[in-house]
Design a protein around this ligand. Structure first.
Ligand SMILES: Cc1cc2nc3c(=O)[nH]c(=O)nc-3n(C[C@H](O)[C@H](O)[C@H](O)COP(=O)(O)OP(=O)(O)OC[C@H]3O[C@@H](n4cnc5c(N)ncnc54)[C@H](O)[C@@H]3O)c2cc1C
Length: 445
């Protein structure tokens, strides 16, 4: 039985440690919290969700849903635990973050193969090892990675959304509904805005003072996570076509489509906390308060958490790493999670799972493997290794990553159904080849 070091007990590291244990390896998992913490984490729990409590859609015609289906087939721990910690969220898989992190921590603690050490790692470990220290990797380790890989790392900043208390939302000025009536009806609270209200909100966003540090003027934001004020500045209707889009959200009281809708997504099972979907922001707190109070249903809202900004560090994967994510001269030292330039909880967990699978193969004298680019996981990995290193930016699951279909199919929905069917078929076949090689044995553990 070999011993593998896993650094970082976040989404990727937790999944990796568990997968390695299931394949019979002894694992030492290093997590620096609570001794040393990050600007975003608040607990000592493993697999803590630092911002949204949503893992996004479960439907396979959605890119995140498809990635989840593939990971379920690969025996993901995180998804099994997420299913057990679900809160209502329409077609999305959202969890009670505390239940989720507690359950992951328990699963890992229960494995006799895994030793969990609460320690900050400041130098790169020797292979076999997985480094999954995330977007907020502590400075000494990030410096060590830079020194090892021989060039500057890259940064950008993520902005996180405010949370309001459920009881402070005005029921008479809001309504519960999921978009197009999908899923549970009480998953979202919708706060409608008329055109005057929308314009006033946009003006306040544009005129609000933002929190500055010298680095922020050069921030290359990730397109999928733009601060709401940056999006507002892109045009009069940018918000209405973005996070405030009303389509599929008729107001049941009037039967009409509002001009715009601010959606609140449930944060906990009891509905005590609700976050403003898409309102990640770098506005100063008083300006955030003023903006939120302009929304009629939130005039008296109690703000439980303000939006914030955090650093996000990642490695220039296509420039610096091998196809499976290791330094080119050390295949058994594999980077995983957001540090590799994927973006998102599930994407991070997915690369943790794959890293474990490849460490296992290397230890058994086999070549590392990658899923075919007809699958979402394979497409993501192909992006990482083949993207233009001069403009390398983090990437989340999306259908653009997949190998196009041999035949042209008209209509987005039908095209996605065909892409998803092919991906699920191909992941099945890929798992079969791994089974024959003895790699895939995991799942129930
Ligand atoms: C502020 C913020 C908000 C985000 N919001 C979302 C969101 O809403 N939805 C979404 O899908 N994604 C979000 N992300 C992106 C990303 O999905 C998450 O950061 C995700 O947790 C990444 O998983 P990971 O395993 O790579 O890193 P993490 O989950 O951060 O895990 C890394 C772990 O390594 C530990 N660590 C760091 N350095 C060391 C060291 N030197 N020694 C030992 N341990 C160390 C950390 O304490 C942490 O526990 C957000 C990121 C940030 C920074």
């Amino acid at each position: 039985m070999s011993q593998v070091v896993v650094v970082g007990g976040g989404l990727a590291g937790a999944e990796a440690a568990w997968q390695l244990a299931c394949r019979g390896h002894r694992v030492v998992l290093y997590e620096m919290r609570p001794q040393v913490t990050t600007p975003a984490h608040q607990t000592a729990g493993l697999a803590e969700l630092v911002c949204s409590n949503s893992f996004k859609s479960n439907e396979t015609t959605n890119a995140h849903g498809l990635l989840k289906a593939e990971l379920r087939r690969l025996g993901s721990l995180l998804l099994r635990v997420a299913d057990g910690a679900r809160v209502p969220a329409g077609a999305a898989l959202a969890v009670d973050r505390r239940l989720f992190s507690d359950a992951v921590s328990r699963e890992l603690a229960a494995r006799s193969e895994i030793a969990i050490r609460r320690e900050e790692i400041t130098a790169l470990p020797d292979a076999p090892a997985i480094v999954a220290t995330g977007p907020l990797t502590s400075d000494p380790l990030f410096d060590a990675i830079r020194a090892r890989l021989g060039t500057e790392g890259l940064y950008f900043f993520d902005a996180i959304s405010p949370i309001v208390s459920g009881e402070s939302v005005d029921d008479s000025k809001s309504y519960r509904a999921s978009r197009y009536g999908k899923g549970e009806g009480d998953a979202y609270i919708n706060c409608p805005l008329d055109s005057d209200g929308y314009e006033a909100l946009r003006d306040a966003l544009l005129n609000g003072e933002i929190y500055r540090t010298p680095e922020w003027d050069e921030v290359p934001y990730f397109e999928g996570c733009l601060p709401v004020e940056v999006l507002a500045a892109r045009g009069r209707d940018a918000l209405r076509f973005g996070p405030l889009k009303p389509v599929g959200l008729e107001d049941p009281r009037t039967g009409e489509l509002p001009h715009a809708v601010v959606q609140l997504r449930r944060e906990d099972r009891e509905g005590r906390m609700w976050n403003l979907v898409g309102f990640q922001t770098r506005l100063r707190y008083p300006e955030q308060r003023a903006v939120i109070r302009l929304i009629p249903a939130l005039r008296s809202a109690e703000i439980l958490r303000y939006g914030q900004i955090h650093r996000n560090s990642y490695i220039n994967y296509p420039a610096l790493l091998s196809p499976h994510g290791s330094p080119r001269d050390e295949p058994g030292l594999i980077f995983a999670g957001q540090l590799t330039g994927v973006e998102g909880y599930i994407e991070s967990g997915a690369t943790g799972l794959l890293a474990a699978l490849n460490v296992d193969r290397i230890l058994r004298g086999e070549e590392p493997v990658l899923p075919p680019p007809t699958t979402m996981l394979g497409g993501l990995l192909r992006y990482l290794r083949e993207a233009d290193p001069r403009n390398f930016q983090p990437m989340n699951a999306n259908f653009g990553l997949l190998e196009p279909l041999a035949q042209r199919i008209r209509g987005k929905r039908r095209r996605r159904e065909a892409l998803a069917a092919r991906a699920l078929n191909d992941i099945e076949r890929w798992v079969d080849t791994l089974d024959r090689a003895g790699t895939a044995a995991s799942g129930s553990g």
